[in-house]
Design a protein around this ligand. Structure first.
Ligand SMILES: NCc1[nH]cc(CCC(=O)O)c1CC(=O)O
Length: 310
């Protein structure tokens, strides 16, 4: 009997996601008559320690996964569940994404104090977000809004909505739904107004590339359609060199044939004064991501990204 050690960050969302994945894998292992058990190991990452500065200034999202990847490579843990949107576009040598499970809601949502939706927010309302992608698109739609920085895990952001005088905050719907906090959502932001982050709502399960036994189990857990759409989005991210926190959005859906992928990509100025948006369809997700990245680059995406990176 093998014990699979699952590394996780300590945030409520990370623990919840990890436990939900373990429950699904246990069920699957039972069905396959595999003799495995799972054990959770909590890991404190740099990103968790530095919650008070702009993340992009200290190294970006990679800070949340670096320690976890080291623990995977050293054998201290065997797998880790990540929010796909927190996974860097490139994984280190020796590690792979073993499964992309069925995607949750990819949209952003508004949690407002007075229960009003985006259009109902008063002129000049104070809206909390921690992403250039959201501020860029929200300001393009409602230039009067005052977008202010709010950081922390989703539970602390929900608290700050009350304590720091925000009229509303923006969060990914997926995190709230996984936590069972769907009732906090006031309204969903259509992807036409706010294109989600690459991989938003999806999970990634990182493990060692030579762990054949675990990879076989994970392979059964993968949702092929989610994997295809997320692959297109991540290819776009890689092509735009968008490793750290940058104003990039992407959302891919499967065509009616169940095979072709339709990808929309966006790069925006953080102040919302310019949004570049391009779409294309194709059957090779990686090639499609590169294609939409090239279309955005032709419109001047690199210049916007350079400026946003500071
Ligand atoms: N950047 C933090 C983060 N990473 C993953 C989620 C939850 C949503 C998801 O799984 O995409 C969140 C919170 C948020 O952005 O609201």
């Amino acid at each position: 009997m093998r014990t699979i050690v699952v590394g996780t960050r300590q945030s409520a969302l990370a623990l919840t996601q990890t436990n939900q994945v373990i429950a699904a894998l246990e069920q699957l292992a039972g069905d396959l008559d595999l003799d495995v058990a799972f054990e959770v190991k909590k890991i404190v990452t740099k990103g968790d320690q530095i919650l008070d500065v702009t993340l992009s200034k200290v190294g970006g999202k990679g800070l949340f996964v670096k320690e976890i990847e080291q623990a995977l490579l050293s054998g201290e843990i065997d797998m880790a569940v990540h929010s796909m949107k927190d996974m860097p576009a490139l994984l280190p040598e020796g590690l792979v994404n073993g499964a992309v499970p069925l995607r949750q809601d990819a949209r952003d949502c508004l949690i407002s104090r007075e229960g009003v939706d985006l259009d109902g927010l008063p002129h000049g309302a104070k809206v909390g977000t921690s992403s250039l992608r959201r501020s860029s698109q929200l300001l393009a739609y409602r230039p009067d809004l005052k977008l202010e920085w709010i950081r922390g895990n989703i539970d602390s952001r929900l608290r700050k909505l009350e304590t720091e005088g925000f009229d509303a905050i923006l969060l990914a719907a997926a995190g709230l739904k996984r936590m069972g906090w769907e009732d906090r959502i006031t309204s969903y932001i259509p992807v036409e107004i706010c294109l989600p982050a690459v991989g938003q709502g999806a999970l990634g399960i990182e493990c060692r590339e030579n762990d054949a036994e675990l990879l076989e189990l994970l392979g059964r857990y993968e949702d092929g359609q989610t994997a295809r759409t997320v692959a297109a989005e991540r290819s776009l991210l890689l092509s735009l060199n968008g490793g750290c926190q940058v104003p990039i959005g992407a959302y891919a859906v499967l065509g009616e044939d169940g095979e072709s992928v339709h990808l929309t990509g966006l790069v925006g100025r953080p102040d919302g004064s310019l949004l570049l948006k391009e779409s294309a369809s194709g059957t090779d997700p990686e090639a499609l991501g590169r294609e939409v990245a090239r279309m955005l680059a032709e419109q001047g995406a690199d210049e916007i990204l350079e400026q946003a990176r500071g």
